[in-house]
Design a protein around this ligand. Structure first.
Ligand code: ASP
Length: 407
C-alpha cells in the first residue's frame, strides 16, 4: 500500500523527532548533510520559478489599454491586503512571542541587529545586470525584470510568441522538477527534524509548536474575519456563499499546497458558480496566483519574528516596516508551488539581518503550514476577483449549478 505524501511527511517528522531525541550524538553528523541537500534543492528552483511565473503572469494581462482600470483596482487590493496580512502576523507574533525564552545559546543576537540602510534596499531592487541578479539569486530585481519583459512581450505582439512559448515550456519543466523534489520531502523533514531536535533539544520543538499555532491563528483571523469584512464592504458579497462556491478549488489547494495546481478549478468556480465574467478572471486570477499571497505574507511575518526571537534578536519598529514591505515582495515572488514561501523568506531575513540558517528551525512544520496558507492565498485572490468585478459594475450571474463541477 502506498502512503499519501502528507502521511509520509507526518511519519518523517515523528521519526525525525524520535531519532533526534534518542540518538542526539550521531543524528547531526549523519543527517544534517541530508537536510542541507534538501534545502539546496529547494533553493535551486526559486530563481527559475520566479522568473518564468512572473513573466507569464504579466503576459496573461493581455492588452494593458483595456485593462488599465482593472489593473489599478487589482494591485490596490493585492498590496493593501498583503500589508494587512503581514502586519497581523507581526502583531500576533509580538503578542504570543513563540520564540522568546528559547533563545539559541552560543549566538550573540546583537551581532545581527543592525538593519541595512533603507535606501540600499530600494536601490538594490532596480536591476542593472539581469544575469548577475539571476546568478546571485537576487529575487527582487528578477521580479522587476520579469514584469518589464512581460509588458514588452505584450507590446511586440506576434513577435513575442516564441519567447512566451519558451517560458511556458520552461515553467512546465521546472514544475516537473519541483514535483520530483517534493517527493523527497518526507526524507528532508525527517533529516531536518532529527537535526533540530538533536542540536537544540526538545525545548525548541515546544517553541516550534507555539509558532505553528500562531500562524494558524493568524490565518483563521485573516481568512475568517478580515477578508470577509473587506468582501462585504467593497464587494457586497457574502463570504459564506463564496466559500461554498469555491469549495472544489479550496479542496485542491489544501492537499497540493499549490495555488498553481488549483488555478484552473479556481477560474472555473469563479466563472461558473459565482458568475464573474472571463474578462476579469483571466486577468486577476492568474496574476493573483503569483502575486497575491496573503497566507504566505502572514506566515512569513510570523516566521521572521519567530526566528529573530529564537536568536535573541530584538527587532525595532523600523525593522517591522521593512518586514511588511519586503514580505509583500517575498510573497509576490513566491511561485504558487509548495514550499516557495519558505524559500523567498530569505529576502526578508536578509533585509533585517536575521540569520538565514534560522529557516532550519521552522522547516519541520512547514509542509503542514503550507497546506494551511495555500487555501488562504487562493481565498484572498478569489475575494479580490469578486471585488474587482463588482467595482467594475459587472453583473455576477452564475450560469451553471455548482454540482456540475466534477473533481
Ligand atoms: N504553497 C504556496 C502556494 O502555492 C506558496 C507558499 O507559501 O509556499 O500558494
Amino acid at each position: 500500500m502506498k502512503l499519501k505524501l502528507h502521511t509520509q511527511i507526518f511519519i518523517g517528522i515523528v521519526l525525525g523527532v524520535l531519532t533526534g531525541y534518542f540518538f542526539s550524538d550521531i543524528s547531526p553528523v549523519i543527517l544534517s548533510p541530508v537536510g542541507e541537500i534538501f534545502m539546496r534543492l529547494l533553493r535551486l528552483l526559486v530563481i527559475p520559478l520566479v522568473f518564468t511565473s512572473v513573466t507569464l503572469g504579466i503576459v496573461s494581462i493581455g492588452d494593458p489599454k483595456h485593462l488599465g482600470s482593472v489593473s489599478s483596482k487589482t494591485f490596490l487590493y493585492f498590496i493593501s491586503t498583503g500589508f494587512i496580512a503581514t502586519s497581523l502576523g507581526l502583531v500576533l507574533a509580538s503578542l504570543i512571542k513563540p520564540g522568546v525564552g528559547h533563545a539559541i545559546s552560543g549566538l550573540n543576537g546583537e551581532d545581527y541587529g543592525t538593519p541595512p540602510p533603507f535606501s540600499d534596499l530600494i536601490v538594490n531592487i532596480a536591476p542593472q545586470n539581469i544575469f548577475e541578479s539571476l546568478s546571485r539569486g537576487d529575487i527582487l530585481p528578477v521580479i522587476i525584470f520579469a514584469i518589464l519583459l512581460g509588458m514588452a512581450l505584450i507590446e511586440i505582439e506576434s513577435k513575442g510568441k516564441p519567447i512566451i512559448s519558451f517560458f511556458e515550456s520552461s515553467f512546465a519543466a521546472i514544475m516537473r522538477i519541483t514535483d520530483w523534489i517534493i517527493r523527497l520531502t518526507p526524507i528532508g523533514v525527517f533529516a531536518l527534524s532529527a537535526t533540530v531536535v538533536a542540536t537544540l533539544g526538545i525545548k525548541s520543538l515546544i517553541a516550534v509548536m507555539t509558532y505553528f499555532i500562531t500562524v494558524v491563528l493568524g490565518l483563521l483571523i485573516h481568512a475568517g474575519i478580515i477578508l470577509p469584512i473587506i468582501l462585504k464592504v467593497f464587494g457586497k458579497y457574502s463570504a459564506i456563499d463564496l466559500f461554498r462556491k469555491l469549495l472544489p478549488a479550496l479542496a485542491i489547494a489544501t492537499p497540493t499546497a499549490s495555488s498553481a495546481a488549483s488555478l484552473p478549478v479556481t477560474m472555473e468556480c469563479l466563472n461558473k458558480n459565482v458568475g464573474v465574467p472571463n474578462r476579469i478572471t483571466s486577468f486577476v486570477v492568474p496574476l493573483g496566483t503569483t502575486i497575491d499571497m496573503n497566507g504566505t505574507a502572514l506566515y512569513q511575518g510570523v516566521a521572521v519574528l519567530f526566528i529573530a526571537q529564537m536568536y535573541g534578536i530584538d527587532l525595532t519598529f523600523i525593522h517591522m516596516i521593512i518586514i511588511v514591505i519586503t514580505a509583500f515582495f517575498a510573497s509576490a515572488g513566491a511561485a504558487a508551488v509548495p514550499g516557495a514561501g519558505l524559500v523567498t523568506m530569505v529576502i526578508i531575513l536578509n533585509a533585517v539581518n536575521v540569520p538565514v540558517e534560522g529557516l532550519g528551525l521552522i522547516l519541520a512544520v512547514d509542509r503542514i503550514l503550507d497546506s494551511c496558507r495555500t487555501p488562504v492565498n487562493l481565498w484572498s485572490n478569489s475575494i479580490g476577483t469578486v471585488i474587482v468585478a463588482k467595482l467594475e459594475k459587472e453583473q455576477l450571474k452564475p450560469h451553471e449549478i455548482e454540482s456540475e463541477i466534477k473533481l
